[in-house]
Design a protein around this ligand. Structure first.
Ligand code: GAL
Length: 669
């Protein structure tokens, strides 16, 4: 199949007499793929065991006659009313004992055996109907899984079993989770209940286990469906639509048994358009399987008009290219035509309520014409970053639980904070990044690895990072790295614990920095060629240098003149430790220094609002230059030559981009 390019289509929302016109318009727009049926359970099975596929067969046939294939969504995100009526206990119970609303979507419990059984049956019925249909290329499981916990009796039982399988004995559970504190030692598994909100006065280890269990429950629910599909077909791919920086689920686990990840990209959500996190979402999506992903929903209109305003002329095209630039191998816009009814009456698609094609339609049509010229150069190409950032969901959850408690020892209420400080600096310099899970991924092929506050440490991670530095890697860690074990219990050794010798430091003391309190840190000219002052916030550690050199000293605060950041040569590599939540500019200096040293290479020079990425295959490299601003941008080629793939012309002086402009350039060797 050529590059998948299409739209989410809900034929069941429109009279059948309109379908042909839709298919014709889609064909004219250059679309070759649609996603269908993801919320259509009540139409596919209006009564228990009574399946109605005729309407879907007809839609598939009509679309395929216009050259459009389909991905089918399993419809389980929206239980049909007959299930809810006959089995109200399929609905989730929240931490306050309240049952989820009946008449909506995403309201079910992932551990409910009845719901699991009904889900498997509808999925099996669909697979049997469509496994041999050449126009169905793949399956999307459910819709945007969220890690909502459920406190029903099934979940409580399953949680106890999960703990028992993990710990084996109550003695071990009591010991390893420190349940002697406030006399919480258990003598019977049935005494254990999930932690209910607020969690601040409960055991941090069990709080974390509950998060892990909840995430595992959703992964397991997805797997039930994957198994049903795989039993009948290996020809069609299986995916799920993920949500970028959503952090309530372990996305590495959720992605593991899928063929590829899909991403729902709503860049204007929250209307802020902060560029680094948007790019980071893509990089996380690509990194979950270290392989190309699809965009399964790309914003093509205003979403609730105020929450995500209408894309300006050129923006849909820009986001399409940005997605491809960061590794997407399929683009599906959300949605074809804005629905006239239902909870999403203002969730706009390519066409408005009236179904008339206008400028947004013209833009995706033009983009498809361009893509036809460009995508042959992208075949088998991948994004291959030199830099990695660790991403461990257990660690994010452990931090999340500390946020309300520590209050001021963290910032922005978001556990992504330390990651964004590092990522933001790399992004601003056009250095591409992979996210790695160091409990199972080897990091040796990266030139530099950032470890933003990896508080949870265990033997696997220690071994991985230690040998990385020994063999010549550059490791950069930020506060609290190694401060706790995998049970979320603080270690008994002097910090930074098992990696102290790698960093060549000991942490003598630390303090929180309440409110707006800042410490200034001054970098030392010797290692970092620049000597600058930056601010640190929320947290400050006093480092005692053992083998390491100072990289920065505190200029202010209670640790004035003490070391704040260090650099240690260890084996053939270098380990940097930063003892405060330094602002992004500190990491920008660090990235510039790594660039000057020749350790890493930005794709293109940087400019405000300018993004550059590269996709490579065995014999060529394609560079994407993207202007996210409404002004024109011009950057130097820095002695390199490119061929502009849309004009065929050589570019060797400057790359000039108009407002929201894009250039796709073949790097000439
Ligand atoms: C997505 C969801 C879609 C639709 C869309 C609206 O998160 O997957 O079903 O609700 O948002 O923007």
């Amino acid at each position: 199949m050529s590059f998948p390019y299409g739209v989410d289509y809900y034929p069941e929302h429109w009279p059948e007499k309109r379908w042909l016109k839709d298919a014709e318009l889609m064909n004219k727009a250059g679309f070759n793929i649609v996603r269908l049926a993801e919320f259509a359970w009540s139409k596919l099975e209006p009564r228990r065991g009574e399946y109605h596929f005729d309407w879907l067969d007809k839609a598939i046939e009509m679309l395929s006659a216009k050259g459009i294939k389909a991905v089918l969504g399993t419809p389980t995100a929206a239980p049909p009313p007959w299930i809810v009526k006959s089995h109200p206990d399929v609905l989730r119970i929240d931490g306050y004992g309240r049952r989820a609303a009946e008449a909506t979507r995403k309201n079910y419990c992932p551990n409910n055996p009845v719901y699991i059984e009904f889900s498997k049956r509808i999925v099996e019925a669909m697979v049997l109907q469509y496994k041999s249909n050449p126009n169905i290329v793949g399956w999307q499981i459910d819709n945007e899984f969220m890690g909502d916990p459920c406190y029903c009796n099934n979940c409580i039982e399953a949680y106890r079993k999960w703990l028992k399988a993990k710990y084996g004995s109550l003695e071990r559970l009591n010991e390893e989770c420190g349940l002697i504190f406030w006399g919480q030692q258990y003598s019977d598994w049935d005494e254990i209940f999930p932690p209910r909100p607020p969690l601040t006065m409960q055991n941090p280890s069990l709080n974390l286990e509950w998060r892990r269990f909840t995430s595992d429950s959703w992964v397991k629910y997805q797997q039930e469906q994957v198994d049903v599909i795989r039993k009948h077909t290996s020809r069609q791919f299986i995916t799920h639509n993920f949500m970028g920086m959503y952090k309530e689920l372990d996305y590495f686990k959720l992605a593991e048994n899928l063929d590829h990840v899909s991403f729902d990209y709503y860049p204007k959500w929250g209307a802020q358009m902060d560029l680094a996190p948007l790019a980071m979402c893509h990089d996380i999506m690509r990194s979950l399987k270290k392989r190309p992903y699809w965009i399964m929903e790309l914003q093509s209109g205003a979403v609730v008009t105020s929450q995500a305003p209408i894309p300006l002329p050129g923006q849909i095209r820009l986001w399409t290219y940005q997605s491809i630039a960061r590794g997407a191998d399929g683009i599906v816009y959300f949605r074809w035509r804005t629905c006239r009814f239902g909870a999403e009456e203002y969730w706009h698609g390519i066409l408005d309520h009236d179904g008339v094609p206008r400028r947004r339609y013209a833009e995706v049509k033009k983009t498809s014409e361009e893509l036809r010229r460009i995508t042959p150069y992208l075949e088998r190409s991948i994004v291959k970053p030199q830099v990695a950032i660790t991403l461990v969901y257990d660690n994010i959850w452990a931090w999340d639980m500390e946020v309300p408690r520590g209050d001021k020892n963290y910032y922005g209420e978001s556990s992504w904070g330390p990651t964004l400080d590092c990522y933001g600096a790399l992004y601003s310099r056009n250095v591409m990044v992979d996210f790695v899970e160091p409990t199972f991924e080897n990091v040796e092929h990266y030139k530099a690895v950032f470890v933003p506050s990896l508080m949870l440490m265990d033997k696997r991670v220690e071994k991985n990072l230690r040998s990385y530095v020994e063999k010549g890697g550059i490791l950069i860690a930020t506060p609290r790295t190694g401060a706790k074990n995998w049970n979320n219990v603080i270690i008994e050794d002097t910090l930074p614990g098992c990696l102290s010798d790698v960093f060549g430091i000991e942490i003598e003391e630390y303090t929180g920095l309440p409110g707006s309190e800042r410490v200034n840190l001054e970098t030392v000219g010797t290692e970092l060629t620049v000597q600058n002052v930056h601010a640190g916030r929320n947290w400050a550690e006093h480092l005692v240098l053992k083998d390491a050199n100072a990289l920065a000293y505190y200029q202010t605060g209670s640790y004035k003149s003490k070391a704040c950041a260090s650099m240690n040569k260890f084996g053939k590599g270098v380990a940097v430790y930063v003892g405060t939540f330094a602002e992004k500019s500190f990491y920008e200096d660090l990235v510039d220094w790594l660039t000057k040293k020749g350790s890493i290479k930005p794709v293109l020079p940087c400019a405000e609002g300018f993004e550059a990425t590269e996709r490579i295959n065995s014999d060529s490299s394609v560079v994407f230059a993207l202007n996210h601003t409404q002004n024109s941008i011009s950057v130097k080629c820095s002695g390199e030559k490119f061929k502009d793939l849309s004009t065929g012309k050589e570019v060797n002086e400057r790359i000039n981009l108009a407002s929201f402009g894009v250039k796709v350039l073949l790097r000439q060797k």
